[in-house]
Design a protein around this ligand. Sequence first.
Ligand SMILES: *Cc1c(COP(=O)(O)O)cnc(C)c1O
Length: 362
Amino acid sequence: MMKRKIYQFSAGPAVLNEIVLSDSAKAAIDFQSSGLSLMEMSHRSKPVESLFQETTDLVKNLLNVPSGYHVLWLQGGASLQFAMIPMNLLSDDDIADYADTGLWSYKAIKESKKFGHVNISSSSRLSNYNYIPKTMEQNAQSKYLHITSNNTIYGTQYKEMPEVLNPNGYLIGDMSSDIFSRPLDLSQFGLIYAGAQKNMGPAGITMVIVREDILGKIDRDIPSYLDYKVHIEKQSLFNTPPVFSLFVVNRTLNFLRAMGGVKEMEKINIRKAGFLYAEIERNSLFTSPITKEDQSLMNVPFVFKQGRDENHFLSFCEKRGLMTLKGHRSVGGFRASIYNAMPVEGVMALVKTMQDYEDIKG
Ligand SMILES: *Cc1c(COP(=O)(O)O)cnc(C)c1O
């Protein structure tokens, strides 16, 4: 098997496990010794139907999905979910709470305003989203409370999920960048969603888990593809699905299960992030812009304490095979995304590089 010489710290599309990559390369040429590429195979064929079933079962197993919930595989990314959620769940007169904790939350808010009323229950916008607000002003009539569990750009993460004020309401979570990174109590949620390309696979496929009883409550005429009930009925095979992307998700989840599942993965993630945050704190050159208690285990932004040449540090890293560490333009500095597939050796290589840089520049 290939051994890669680089570590990919991109926020997304993000690092994939090496075994997953070589399994996928094989399936791209000859799927299960059928002589066909998986990309040439009908989504109505038995092997592809089983692939969908097996992947769905893996999700149910890994996340302990309670009965009454459906796992769906859709296209359009998390961005389409920003619109599909209010389209399916809010009528024109309804209201929903949204916590504004970053650019992605903000985009979700923008879409939901097209279908109903939005109450922004909390916001950390004025401090450039560097913390998770702990208090909220929810509307007692709200259908749901939408949160972004991990803020990919700013590097903040909910450590505990907020309570919903309306006893008939439910949580909705954009979990694009921390799905499968830790255990999850789905019973608080009416719906969660995640684009695959951060923590579970390549772009082109989006996972939605939805509780059936929240659907069918409004009488808007919804286009078929955008109607969750259609995908439930068709078991995510309403039209031609992204089979190859799903295969990569399948291999990733199989690998996660072999590692011991999300509980074990959380331990590893805490350890990995711990090494990096400790170095950011220790190193005289760098600092974290994020309130400590809200620091993400997945996306770790850090900046120079004093104005220095950021490009110089980035090329210092690249020479050592540490790629895509440039921070998002709205935060600046650097960002290391250390998703499930980032090995601890990658994090240690970054820590060592920060130490060496301090020796030269400090
Ligand atoms: C990347 C990301 C998105 C956007 O995902 P697309 O699949 O590109 O639409 C939305 N929310 C979060 C939290 C993200 O990290």
